[in-house]
Design a protein around this ligand. Structure first.
Ligand code: TXA
Ligand code: MG
Length: 350
């Protein structure tokens, strides 16, 4: 299949440019598009065959449900059994934006889209291309991240093309995304809201609106007996081909440890990468140093993480040492993705 590329000027998103993409979606085809978090691989959420095609293109297990993207709150009411008070409050606070709500579904969305579940994940994105595409297509758009299953989520159109070129109908290029980590998922089907996946919107942000909320214990522990509730959080994910190890502790101790490990590996002839911050970059003396960003701009760190993980593979890095990025607001989300990529290999030094 030939994949069509459409380049969009974000300062001036024209309906005309998205007409063809809208038609592809209405006809059951697949279109990758930018959102403020990561690029999504979209299909008509009401069309079982479109959902099946999404799973096939990504190589994704069919029990891992998709997120339904909407452009106005009334579209949520069309697909759920009831709208809890917390859904209204959270939508008022954070939509359009990087938040996904899990609610009990009615029969409007087929189970092929929800991985067989009776609940549905819903997000109202803020990205102008995503919003315009939903409106132009007239569809609700089911979209997982637009990567091959198991690879880091795409933060620019070139990443989508790397994974999916030739396998989907169209890629809309809207430049680099803003946030770079997937949305915060909040389950509203239980008594108190539960965060199933941390993201830009933090637990504290949610509690400020709903008074009560908690993290899914399954995502916090390495204990295999406590399973994450979101099927997608159970899979090994984002792992680079090289061996990634996170090192946590005081700044000095971390730098010393990483330098000594990197020295050993470099001397043994291995290709070594170090994932550092702007503040520590100059303190490393071995391997290739990748700077995610400065601790005073944690958004930068979040935005650059996935691109770096992809680069390690391109450059054939065999050993990768990363600092821990426990930043104030997005630290939970950054560390969740980083530790998954590391298969939870972490060294604590002091
Ligand atoms: O930021 C995002 O959320 C991006 C953009 C494209 O919107 N999308 C995204 O989709 O990250 P995906 O498919 O890569 O991740 C969806 C996650 C998976 O972990 C999945 O298991 C979970 O949401 N999920 C979807 N529906 C669910 C449900 N009904 N109950 C529990 N978890 C659900
Ligand atoms: Mg994904």
């Amino acid at each position: 299949m030939e994949t069509k590329f459409i380049k969009v000027d974000l300062n001036n998103v024209e309906k005309e440019e998205l007409k063809e993409a809208g038609e592809i979606l209405r006809n059951g085809g697949l279109v990758a598009f930018p959102t403020e978090t990561v690029y999504g691989l979209g299909g008509d959420a009401r069309n079982k065959n479109a959902s099946k095609a999404i799973y096939a293109a990504k190589g994704r297990p069919s029990d891992n449900p998709l997120i339904v993207h909407i452009a106005k709150f009334s579209q949520l009411e069309e697909i759920v059994r009831e709208v809890p008070e917390n859904a209204k409050k959270l939508a008022d606070a954070f939509w359009p934006g990087p938040m996904t709500l899990i609610l009990n579904k009615n029969d409007e969305i087929p189970k092929e889209t929800t991985g067989g579940l009776d609940t549905v994940a819903i997000r109202l994105p803020s990205h102008p291309v995503a919003r315009e595409l939903i409106l132009e297509s007239g569809c609700l758009i089911a979209a997982p991240s637009a990567n091959t299953s198991g690879r880091p989520s795409p933060t620019k159109a070139a990443h989508v093309a790397e994974d999916l070129s030739g396998k989907i109908d169209c890629i809309i290029d809207g430049g680099e995304v803003e946030i770079g980590l997937e949305s915060t998922i909040i389950d509203l089907t239980e008594e108190i809201p539960v965060i199933l996946r941390p993201g830009y919107i933090s637990l504290e942000d949610v509690i400020a609106v709903t008074k009560e909320a908690k993290m899914d214990p399954g995502i916090m522990s390495e204990n295999k007996k406590v399973r994450p509730k979101a099927p997608g959080m159970r899979y090994r994910h984002y792992a680079p081909k090289g061996n990634l190890i996170v090192c946590e502790g005081t700044k000095e101790a971390v730098v010393e440890k990483i330098n000594s490990l990197a020295k050993q590996d470099a001397e043994a002839g291995k290709k070594v990468a170090i994932l550092a911050s702007a503040e520590t970059e100059s303190l490393y003396h071995y391997g290739d140093v990748f700077v995610l960003g400065s601790f005073s701009h944690e958004e930068e760190i979040a935005r650059n993480l996935y691109g770096s993980l992809r680069e390690f593979d391109e450059k054939g890095m065999e050993m990768i040492y990363s600092e821990a990025f426990e930043t104030p607001h997005m630290g939970a989300a950054i560390m969740n993705r980083l530790l998954k990529a590391a298969g939870h290999q972490i060294i604590t030094v002091s």
